[in-house]
Write a protein that binds this ligand. Structure first.
Ligand SMILES: CC(=O)N[C@H](C=O)[C@@H](O)[C@H](O)[C@H](O)CO
Ligand SMILES: CC(=O)C(=O)O
Length: 319
């Protein structure tokens, strides 16, 4: 697989949506957040995904958030690529969001599968993605595969093969499954031009293993919090220093594990990670219901657990 200029060989931060105590979206806080990410070497964001609580937001909120990220990321000195997640339960709104993403200048877009009336076959999923993708034919489209959350579990190699002559702007998949064998088959699948599809890995705590089989880029929650850890992991990996690379993966795994200890079934680690972001410089506020914010005693316990893993020593520099 040769290197191509239009491919992402980088960490894409899945962004949180800052909220006010009353639950409203805090658009103003995105300014500081974008700068926080830039300062840590982030060049790409993935907006309104799982981390951004995209499926808990109204269509108009999603549009405002997208516009805010794009406006900030077009300012000189603050450039970033902005990928927008447009999927949800309402197909009409998904189409509207896809069109909107292209209109306001998103660099790429992505969609979850239908979330309630789920597709029964991989062909139905391909057809759904075709209709979404063609709303913004000028920008690349990535299917968002996250079977643990959506329960839509088709084999992604089959999805790519069946999409090959059907979805012309399908760039690849945001691959948030832990099945690296399936991922490796996808990586070797070619599109109608004979090029490899692009797979963006979504299990941050396993990224070293994904790199080992040929993934180049990744999208995830924790790239929004501790990107330096992953940049150092990648550097060590590229230099062939596997033990050193693994030591960074273990930091990431410790962090993910601690956050899951304070998560709920509803939001996984997200309520905890949103709290952590507020502790390290960006006011992210509470998550939106049905996720619940941590109570005061959980916040204290989480801080203790973060101290156990020395998180505050390494989070900003990576070590
Ligand atoms: C469910 C979820 O939000 N998955 C994310 C990406 O897709 C990941 O970035 C995870 O949050 C992360 O790998 C921790 O498990
Ligand atoms: C976690 C992730 O990649 C998302 O926010 O969708």
């Amino acid at each position: 697989m040769s290197k191509r200029a239009d491919r992402v060989e980088d960490f894409i931060a899945a962004t949180f949506t800052p909220m006010k105590e009353n639950g409203d979206v805090n658009l103003e806080a995105i300014d500081k957040y974008q700068q926080f990410l830039l300062d840590q070497g982030i060049n790409y964001v993935y907006v309104n995904g799982s981390t951004g609580e995209g499926t808990s937001l109204t269509t108009s909120e999603r549009k405002s958030i997208t516009e805010q990220w794009i406006t900030l990321s077009r300012k000189p000195g603050r450039e970033m690529k902005v990928f927008v997640q447009v999927g949800g339960t309402n197909f009409r709104e998904t189409l509207e969001l896809a069109e909107h993403a292209a209109e306001v200048g998103a660099d790429a877009f992505s969609a979850l599968p239908p979330l309630y009336f789920v597709p029964a076959t991989v062909d139905e999923l391909v057809e759904y993605c075709r209709q979404v993708a063609e709303k913004a034919p000028s920008i690349p489209f990535y299917y968002y595969h996250i079977p643990e959350r959506t329960n839509v579990r088709f084999d992604m190699e089959q999805f790519l093969i069946k999409s090959r002559n059907v979805i012309s702007n399908l760039r690849g998949i945001k691959f948030s499954s832990k099945d690296l064998y399936e991922g490796s088959r996808c990586l070797r699948t070619l599109n109608s031009k004979g090029e490899n599809y692009e797979l963006l890995f979504g299990s941050d705590e396993q990224i070293i293993s994904a790199f080992a089989i040929g993934f180049k880029g990744a999208i995830g929650t924790t790239y929004s919090i501790v990107p330096r850890v992953y940049q150092k992991l990648k550097k060590a990996f590229d230099a062939g220093h596997m033990n050193e690379a693994a030591s960074y993966q273990y930091k990431s795994a410790d962090f993910v594990k601690v956050c899951f200890e304070f998560g709920s079934v509803t939001g996984g680690l997200l309520p905890a990670v949103k709290f952590v972001l507020s502790q390290i410089g960006v006011d992210a506020g509470p998550p939106r219901y049905p996720m619940k914010p941590l109570d005061e005693s959980s916040k204290q316990k989480l801080m203790d657990r973060l101290n156990d893993i020395k998180f505050f020593d390494w989070h900003s520099k990576g070590d």
